[in-house]
Design a protein around this ligand. Structure first.
Ligand SMILES: Nc1nc2c(ncn2[C@@H]2O[C@H](COP(=O)(O)OP(=O)(O)OP(=O)(O)O)[C@@H](O)[C@H]2O)c(=O)[nH]1
Ligand SMILES: [Mg+2]
Length: 438
């Protein structure tokens, strides 16, 4: 009973957010993304500030004086944790924690922590653990010498310095293991992941020949909602960042005779930690191998343009930049600033506009995808022996038969068919195919 009371009393960690911005350069943003990430990790943002800097202070990133001011704000707001939007070195984190007297996290650690709480499948769990270990590995000395002292002085913090954000997942046990054990575990995980990979490759092989479409985009853009709307995928949809960490693939029939594979994948944010991108390579490979990428964009978000850029950067990083890609404007049902949407539509005239939630625009969307899949519409004259029924039924299913003339055991068919479906028709060995018009 006592235990239950204790858990009820635990409150969320109180976080102060800091972004150091270089003088003269464009500020990254108004900390809105870091706020969303922090809240997704379960913490409460109590204060945030941007610090203009001329150069990085090697010891503390921001100036020492600023760090002391931060210590004052931590007391004032009774904060448990300070989160930087910048990438900090282990040494900088150590010094900052000493000055501030609270746990300090950088953006990468925060994202890793969110991933740790989201991972559900074995593969996702292993991938997150690997990323965390690789991230933590060079920081182990810090964990040893430092978190210890912080935990010792932990009475001073509201939620306790150890066990909150940044220390979940394998982090909890970090203190007891040394570098050797960590690298052993890293090897083990890599081996397990390779085995899972082999299974996936077999699965992918089995799907060879089918047209593959992958949904990519910023986290929370509505990728899973769209997959659910189009298929019976039943993927978890949530209004929080990184709801999906696995790839779900489903068959989808956007039009008569068109069957494709549609995959959902993890969402992106600005500067995903490299360790994460590397660990999730297998999951992201689904995107790399797709025949068409659909870039889902939440156009109701005022930062849509920045998010498009972030996604493009990640796509570059995972080697997808040259894949055929189609932009899809989602959440039109809740767009408030019509001129912002019109601006995006002017910038990206080929983009399709939909609402995955209400179904608005999904019919036209399906038609557009089917057209992409089929390629240019061709008018064909096909000669086939009447005993080869497959040719006729293929054209009936996948194209449109305009006229059939039977003579001497053969049939002459005029039909429309997409250019991309020509190889499949040829594989059925009709006697002759003539392209009348394209
Ligand atoms: N109003 C509105 N809400 C939407 C639409 N599409 C998705 N949403 C909501 O946006 C939130 C995120 O949707 P998800 O489908 O989980 O987004 P996701 O892109 O899969 O997100 P991650 O898996 O985190 O990358 C949910 O609350 C959805 O209900 C839409 O067209 N209109
Ligand atoms: Mg999702």
């Amino acid at each position: 009973m006592e235990k239950l009371r204790q858990t009820l009393r635990v409150r969320k960690e109180r976080a102060i957010l800091v972004a150091a911005v270089f003088r003269g350069k464009d500020g990254p943003d108004d900390l809105s993304e870091l706020t969303a990430l922090t809240e997704s990790a379960g913490a409460i943002v109590v204060d945030r500030f941007q610090q203009k800097i001329r150069k990085i202070n090697p010891g503390t990133y921001i100036g020492k004086g600023k760090a002391s001011q931060l210590a004052g704000r931590v007391k004032q707001f009774n904060a448990d944790v300070v989160i930087f939007d910048n990438d900090l070195s282990p040494g900088q984190i150590r010094e900052l924690e000493e000055i501030i007297g609270r746990k300090v996290l950088d953006r990468g650690e925060l994202i890793l922590d969110i991933f740790a709480t989201r991972a559900k499948t074995k593969q996702a769990k292993l991938q997150v653990e690997l990323a965390q270990l690789e991230y933590i590995y060079p920081r182990l000395t810090r964990m040893w010498s430092h978190l210890d002292t912080l935990a010792g002085a932990g009475g001073a913090t509201a939620a306790g310095a150890v066990g909150g954000i940044g220390t979940r997942g394998p982090g909890e046990q970090q203190l007891e293991i040394d570098r050797r054990l960590v690298s052993k575990r890293i090897t083990e995980i890599k081996r397990e992941l390779t085995n899972i990979d082999k299974r996936r490759i077999r699965e992918i092989d089995a799907r060879k020949g089918l047209f593959k479409i992958c949904l990519v985009g910023y986290t929370n853009a509505g990728k899973s909602t769209l997959l659910n709307a189009l298929t019976d995928a039943n993927v978890v949809v949530e209004d929080r960042l990184f709801a999906t960490l696995d790839t779900r693939t489903r068959k989808w029939t956007p039009a008569k005779g068109v069957e494709v594979l549609l995959s959902d994948t993890i969402g992106f944010v600005r500067n995903l930690p490299h360790q994460l991108v590397a660990s999730f390579k297998a999951t992201l490979e689904e995107a790399v191998n797709a025949d068409l990428l659909l870039h889902i964009i939440d156009v109701s978000n005022p930062d849509a343009l920045k998010q498009i850029e972030s996604v493009n950067n990640v796509l570059n990083e995972i080697g997808c930049a040259r894949r055929p890609i189609l932009k899809v404007f989602n959440k039109v049902d809740i767009v408030r600033k019509i001129d912002a949407l019109e601006m995006l539509q002017t910038l990206f005239p080929d983009a399709l506009t939909i609402s995955a939630k209400t179904g608005l625009g999904l019919d036209d969307f399906s038609k557009a995808i089917a057209a992409k899949y089929k390629g240019t519409e061709l008018l064909l004259r096909v000669l086939s022996s009447q005993s080869n029924g497959k040719v006729q039924s293929f054209l009936r299913t996948y194209g449109k038969i305009l006229e059939e003339q039977y003579r001497d055991g053969s049939v002459l068919i005029d039909a429309e068919l997409g250019q991309n479906q020509l190889p499949a028709l040829k594989s059925l060995h009709p006697e002759a195919i003539e392209i009348i018009e394209n």
